[in-house]
Design a protein around this ligand. Structure first.
Ligand SMILES: Cc1cc2nc3c(=O)[nH]c(=O)nc-3n(C[C@H](O)[C@H](O)[C@H](O)COP(=O)(O)O)c2cc1C
Length: 255
């Protein structure tokens, strides 16, 4: 069984590429909404988690779910596959810690580079189109390789770590969550045409349309789905996203 989270579709695409025929695939926000925390793992069944890297660790909603879910049975093999723009730092060791608290151990930790989605800080933007397309092309081969490696139940660590990992995951991540993971700065500009795509695309169902305009309800993980899906570029995060690019994984567009 595989549990996944995805804001802009990169990790969803990867999860779909890894799931085996007949294997269960669960979207974490959906099972959380349904209050499903109890799962039975069959004899020798594998357990997988697929998610984007957020501030050099797993998103908190993934970490929280892992520690709160109640699993009956012992997985035959446990893996995590994360997608990242460029650097995972200590994502693997923090995720091992989360799993350890749930009495689980990790057999494989794998990163797949995908187009970047984070734009809420100065100097951060989506990848130029050529780079994004290059990442998508390479990701297809990588997904096939990772799928085979997971089928063989290899015990591997294939993370992307570029440097200053402790500073990023230990020190910046808590500050990032404290000061930047919030929805108060989100607003819509007068370019908004009330299409409601921001609300429809929010994985946490955190946006309500009020008099034709989006209203954020306080349960946000800053995946930026609302920002990137807006066809008018009318969703903004404070002043940080003016003139930034947009991206989401488009299943219909061939890389
Ligand atoms: C809140 C947030 C934080 C991010 N932090 C990182 C990071 O620390 N390192 C990195 O390489 N990419 C980072 N990214 C980029 C995403 O991990 C990457 O684009 C991922 O593939 C997005 O997956 P999704 O489409 O499934 O949401 C971040 C993106 C967001 C929205």
């Amino acid at each position: 069984m595989i549990f996944y989270f995805s804001g802009l579709g990169n990790s969803h695409h990867v999860a779909k590429g890894l799931v085996e025929e007949g294997e269960r695939l669960f979207f974490i926000p959906e099972v959380e909404r349904a209050g499903c925390l109890d799962y039975t793992i069959e004899k020798d069944e594998r357990l997988g988690f697929v998610f984007p890297v957020y501030s050099w660790r797993a998103p908190r909603l993934v970490s929280d779910f892992v520690q709160r879910m109640r699993l009956k049975g012992t997985p035959g093999y446990t893996f995590m596959v994360c997608t990242c723009g460029d650097d995972c730092a200590k994502t693997e060791s923090y995720f091992r810690r989360d799993l350890g608290r749930a009495g689980l151990t990790l057999d494989a930790a794998i990163a797949i580079q995908m187009p970047n989605t984070y734009v809420n800080l100065p100097g951060m933007n989506v990848d130029p189109t050529e780079l994004a397309n290059d990442k998508l092309t390479k990701a297809e081969r990588r997904i096939a390789d990772v799928r085979a490696l997971l089928q063989r139940r290899e015990r591997v660590s294939q993370m992307i770590v570029t440097g200053a990992a402790g500073l990023k995951s230990d020190i910046i991540q808590p500050l990032f969550y404290r000061f930047l993971v919030k929805d108060k700065p989100f607003h819509s500009t007068d370019a908004c045409v009330s299409c409601g795509l921001c609300a429809k695309s929010c994985p946490l169902q955190n946006i309500k349309m009020v008099e034709g305009r989006p209203q954020w309800m306080g349960n946000c993980t800053t995946c930026l789905s609302c920002y990137h899906h807006c066809p008018q570029h009318a969703v903004q995060f404070g002043k940080a996203t003016a003139n930034k690019g947009q991206y989401y994984y488009d299943e219909n567009k061939k890389a």
